[in-house]
Design a protein around this ligand. Structure first.
Ligand code: ADP
Length: 399
């Protein structure tokens, strides 16, 4: 009988899943991936096999699929009808926040779940959905072990100054520190660098994860030394609906002068700022790049400005830079944004190869460029599948 692990990435309006089959004692093969999107509005189910062929694409009844729990029911139903009685060895979850304690993938127990619930205020947009998926799996697949893989873990072990939030000790002692996020993505990039770009794998690399959430990670020898996201996923770069780094005095002003409630401020910071807030029209980079509206152009200008500024800052952290790597939705798919960020970083010695940038090539800098530039598609799900296998003792620990 075939053995599978299921990987779940539960967000506020989508539930993404991947099914991996154990190939041998060392690796997993992607069998299918898909999602329920539009949860709460117009839910839709889609799935593709490992080579990208469409397996399903259909609307779902919005009275039946109205939240994360019922979305998981829809996924479970499809898995049963597609994989029959195949054995699910475990379910691996993306969990955004692991706090100070969880520095690696962890088997979920009632005690672990209780600790993760305490971190909800640190990731209000993501953590409740991640944990709801764990609850839903416990009901749908009782007895199947579940593993939490954290977006913060890859950054643990950074120098103390990188993790520090310079507030009084009684506040810091309550867990107020810089955690960093997108760690599963950075871990994947770090894992493939020796194969894709061996000449820079041991060097000073800045990885730009530019998706609807966006951050940079400064790596030396494939370890995280610093990143632009901090205590929460609000810091650093301009994002789809989040502002990135903000003078904390602005937040005081919102409370004290505009009289906004904590809930209002949370909504502004997580859902109404960034590209959406600047453009007033869209949080999607494709819309903004296709628009002639001055506000849309300003949003793109700010996105690029902020990215280039933070690349400079992380170059200082690394005392130099050998390579810049682009990944995630914008990083993988937008030659224009890559080109603009590389141009703004030309002073560091990055010379883009404009022909390569428009193609599927992974190296997008000129042969003689002192600092090389790369596009490497990320694969957070594969990292979760590997960790799930390792924690469950199914797969040999990888180097
Ligand atoms: P997340 O996983 O955080 O939802 P993704 O990494 O999937 O985000 O990135 C989603 C974003 O990628 C979209 O909001 C869109 O702005 C951007 N994107 C996708 N394709 C393109 C493209 N061809 N050009 C520019 N931006 C793109």
């Amino acid at each position: 009988m075939d053995d599978y692990v299921v990987v779940l990435n539960a967000g506020s309006s989508s539930l993404k899943f991947s099914v991996y089959r154990r190939r041998d004692s060392k690796s997993w093969r992607l069998e299918s991936r898909g999602q329920v999107e539009g949860i709460g509005t117009s839910p839709r189910f889609s799935a593709r096999d490992g080579s990208g062929e469409r397996l399903a694409d259909n609307p779902l009844d919005k009275t039946a699929v109205r939240d994360g729990h019922t979305a998981l029911d829809a996924v479970a139903q499809w898995l049963r009808s597609t994989y029959g009685k195949a054995r699910v060895l475990g379910v691996g979850h993306r969990v955004v926040h692991g706090g100070p304690r969880f520095s690696g993938p962890t088997m979920i127990t009632p005690q672990v779940l209780a600790e993760l619930r305490q971190l909800i205020p640190l990731a209000p947009l993501h953590q409740p959905h991640n944990l709801a998926a764990i609850d839903a799996v416990s009901e749908q697949l009782p007895g199947v072990p579940q593993v939490a893989c954290f977006d913060t873990s890859f950054h643990r072990g950074q120098p103390a100054v990188a993790e520090l939030v310079p507030l009084p000790a009684e506040i810091r002692n309550g867990g107020v520190q810089r955690y960093g996020f997108h760690g599963l993505s950075y871990e994947y990039i770090a894992s493939v660098l020796p194969d894709v770009a061996p000449e820079i794998a041991g060097g000073r690399v800045i990885v730009a994860h530019l998706g609807s959430g966006a951050s940079l990670c400064a790596m030396r020898d494939r370890k995280s030394l610093d990143s632009t996201l901090g205590f929460t996923a609000l810091d650093g770069l301009c994002m789809g609906t989040r502002p990135g780094a903000l003078d904390p005095g602005v937040v005081l002003y919102l409370f004290q002068n505009l009289g906004l409630s904590a809930k209002d401020v949370e909504t502004i910071l997580y859902k109404r700022s960034g590209l959406l807030g600047i453009s007033g029209t869209s949080n999607d980079m494709r819309d903004l790049l296709g628009s002639n509206q001055p506000a849309a152009r300003l949003a793109v200008d700010y996105f690029v400005y902020r990215a280039a500024k933070e690349i400079g800052a992380l170059t200082a952290v690394l005392a130099g830079i050998d390579a810049l790597v682009f990944t995630a939705g914008i990083g993988e798919n937008s030659p224009e944004i890559r080109s603009r960020i590389c141009d703004a970083s030309a002073w560091l010695g990055i010379e883009m190869d404009t022909n390569a940038n428009g193609t599927k090539q992974q190296r997008i800098s000129r042969a003689g460029s002192r600092v090389s530039a790369w596009v490497i598609p990320t694969n957070e799900e594969l990292i979760i599948a590997r960790h799930t296998g390792t924690v469950l003792g199914l797969i040999e620990t990888r180097a």
